[in-house]
Design a protein around this ligand. Structure first.
Ligand SMILES: N[C@@H](CCC(=O)N[C@@H](CS)C(=O)NCC(=O)O)C(=O)O
Length: 256
């Protein structure tokens, strides 16, 4: 079922689960949260992030997305808080391993994908770096906006690409080891939120085709642009796993 988009007033006045999301771009964080809600069969309302609506900004508490709000509880914008909220609202199927060591592994790896200095974060700053140098990446005004907002440091310039590649390689190595052990998933033998995070974050390198992921053309151009070293680090096993997640548990077409 496509996402149920509502106006700002309706989102604020409703009870239950609502989430502010970015428009027309497959944000790794937003698409992961949507995917988690979908897998759990949670009913929710979406409202689009707008930069010129003080009521929305006050309600959500920030102008980044996703931000999930349940009833009159405080807004939740961190990936881990959104996951824990979803688990509380609908425990089954659980997307957090029950074994404590596997759980720690999952949260650790998830941080390396969605947390600060993780894959999504590093890739964004790598694309900012490229955009500022006019060597691909984001268009310059977008690069300047994201640089200020997400902590770009010119002195660290090339480290963003290095980190991006290290993380791509580490994730691919993990999938290969899991495959050799007979598992199609990152942790143990079962689907976890980590599988979803990996799948949605690959949009920053290879968005799904336009017929199932109709998105802003400038963002698509920025996402697919990368240097040869980064392209070489994008191991096919990552995209195979992503495609399996979209075929088996996530919804297509994307509802952006
Ligand atoms: N708050 C999230 C990260 C959210 C995030 O990076 N959002 C980006 C996703 S594309 C965003 O809102 N970009 C648009 C903007 O900053 O204007 C977390 O800590 O887990």
């Amino acid at each position: 079922m496509p996402v149920n988009y509502v106006e700002v007033d309706e989102a604020i006045e409703s009870d239950g689960l609502r989430m502010m999301v970015v428009s027309n771009v497959p944000s790794p964080w937003g698409e992961a949260a949507k995917g988690i809600f979908h897998i759990k069969g949670l009913d929710w309302k979406a409202v689009r992030l707008a930069y010129d609506d003080p009521t929305l900004a006050k309600w959500a508490g920030e102008l980044s997305a996703p931000v999930a709000v349940y009833n009159d509880e405080p807004p939740r914008s961190r990936w881990s808080d959104i996951l824990l909220l979803a688990e509380r609202l609908q425990p089954e199927p659980s997307l957090i391993p029950s074994d404590p060591a596997d759980r720690a592994l999952m949260f650790g790896w998830a941080h390396e994908i969605l947390g600060e200095e993780g894959l999504g974060w590093s890739r964004r700053l790598q694309s900012v770096e490229a955009g500022l140098a006019k060597q691909g990446g984001f268009r310059k005004p977008v690069a300047q906006y994201l640089a200020g907002k997400y902590g770009y440091d010119a002195a660290k310039g090339s480290t963003y690409g290095v980190r991006t590649r290290e993380l791509l390689t580490a994730l691919a190595d993990r999938l290969k080891a899991q495959k050799a052990a007979g598992s199609a998933y990152y942790i143990g033998n079962e689907l976890s939120a980590l599988d979803i995070y990996s799948a949605t974050t690959l949009a920053l390198f290879a968005p799904l085709p336009e017929d199932i992921c109709e998105m802003n053309p400038d963002s698509r151009a920025a996402f697919v642009s990368m240097d040869d070293e980064t392209r070489a680090a994008l191991d096919p096993i990552l995209l195979e796993h992503r495609d399996r997640m979209y075929a088996d548990v996530l919804e297509t077409p994307l509802s952006l």
